[in-house]
Write a protein that binds this ligand. Structure first.
Ligand code: PMP
Length: 393
């Protein structure tokens, strides 16, 4: 039975990671995978996470299952963080999920049950994994204009024109902040306009929040979420604690469906049944850690401080790269590197140049030209900029 299975190409990012690990060049630079790293290439554990884990080790007294939706304490703390303390609790069904990917998948299954004819509109381009997570349940996917190559910002007129043509059978996936892969974010005024168009046209906003706190700050990065939540009756929010709590491998996320007032119980039942059919119960550990941090003021303060440090270190990398490329004489205007938000931006490189960077200089980035800024450090910037200069001529 299994011999008929086709062999699939290895995931491009995982393939690059493996090549990077094996590369003996001591000057090698990794700009590929979307994980935060310090200047030594290490992905640290937040002090608040360590403290919460210690607390949990000492106080946890059972390993019995938690429910399909996760714990109410986690869901409440996350919704406060994302939407604010005044979130409409009577209209939101929320569940702890295995990572942001789990949230996106549960949300997609929910949409498929709600309306199998729905079309999900994603930004052009979007995070590559959105396609299998959303399309894998059988939903149609289309793209709306988003990234403007010339300005390295958002093609907002193209985007809003497309959204104005949508209606109640449409779902629009929006990145809350730190757009992956472009780093080009919407301004508050643009979010206001999208919220107004959503309310008028009746499409469902589906917000993916994977980087809250890594752009302009915890509240600023949630501006769009809060504006949309205040403007429409129905929306979906899929969030991840992988980056902002550094809990990548513990798989912590949340799916939250905002409904009409009398539909909350039905929605809870549907989400529970979807979870039951996929993984039954979410893992408890990471959610309990996040809940403890967000409900313990001293740990909340420590977590916020460390997160702000990560955010500013990424901004430092942005400044370093802009200055480094200019100093090396690479052609172009790199002001956009400072304007983009979060871990990613694009470099305007061809696939040939990207291949040459890897083959001749051990500089690793994905074929689209997306780079993870966390890989740019004071130690490697001169080498990196000189390598880019040499492949771009
Ligand atoms: N959405 C986006 C846009 C992402 O970049 C990521 C992480 N790379 C996720 C969701 C979810 O990640 P995870 O499942 O690791 O929480």
């Amino acid at each position: 039975m299994f011999s008929s299975m086709a062999s699939l190409p290895i995931d491009p990012i995982l393939g690059l990671m493996a090549k990077f690990r094996e590369d003996p060049n001591s000057d090698k630079v990794d700009l590929s995978v979307g994980v935060y790293k310090t200047a030594n290439g290490h992905t640290p554990i937040f002090e608040a996470v360590k403290a919460a884990e210690k607390y949990r080790l000492e106080t946890e007294d059972t390993k019995a299952y938690i429910g399909m939706m996760g714990t109410p304490g986690y869901n409440d703390a996350m919704l406060r963080l994302l939407i604010g303390a005044d979130y409409p609790s009577d209209r939101i069904a929320a569940a702890l999920t295995p990572g942001g990917c789990g949230a996106l998948r549960v949300a997609s299954e929910f949409l498929m049950r709600a309306n199998p004819d729905a079309t999900v509109w994603v930004s052009d381009p979007t995070w590559a994994n959105h396609m299998p997570l959303i399309g894998g349940v059988g939903l149609k996917i289309k793209t709306y204009p988003y990234y403007d190559k010339a300005s390295h910002g958002v093609n907002f007129s193209g985007m809003i024109e497309t959204l104005k043509g949508l209606g109640p059978n449409d779902v629009v996936l929006l990145h809350a902040s730190c757009h992956n892969p472009s780093g080009a974010d919407l301004s508050p005024a643009q979010w206001d306009e999208i919220a107004a168009v959503a309310a008028e046209r009746g499409f469902i906003p589906f917000i993916d929040s994977a980087y809250q706190g890594l752009g302009e700050g915890l509240d600023a990065d949630a501006y769009g979420i809060r504006k949309i939540a205040a403007s429409v009756e129905e929306m979906i929010l899929a969030s991840s604690c992988s980056k902002n709590f550094g809990l990548y491998r513990d798989r912590v996320g949340q799916v939250a469906v905002m409904t009409k007032a009398d539909r909350k119980e039905v929605t809870v039942g549907q989400i529970s049944s979807i979870a039951r059919g996929m993984y039954s119960m979410p893992p408890a550990h990471g959610g309990a850690v996040v809940e403890h941090i967000l409900t313990t003021p001293s740990l909340t303060a420590s977590w916020q401080k460390e997160l702000a440090g990560i955010c500013s270190s990424i901004q430092t990398s942005r400044t370093l790269l802009k200055a480094g490329l200019e100093k090396a004489g690479v052609e172009g205007d790199f002001a956009y590197l400072i304007q983009n938000q979060g871990m990613f931006s694009f470099l305007d490189l061809t696939v040939e140049q990207i291949n040459k960077l890897q083959a001749d200089y051990s500089v690793y980035l994905v074929n689209s030209g997306r780079i993870n800024l966390a890989g740019v450090t004071a130690n490697n910037i001169d080498y990196l900029a000189a390598s880019i200069k040499s492949v771009t001529g």
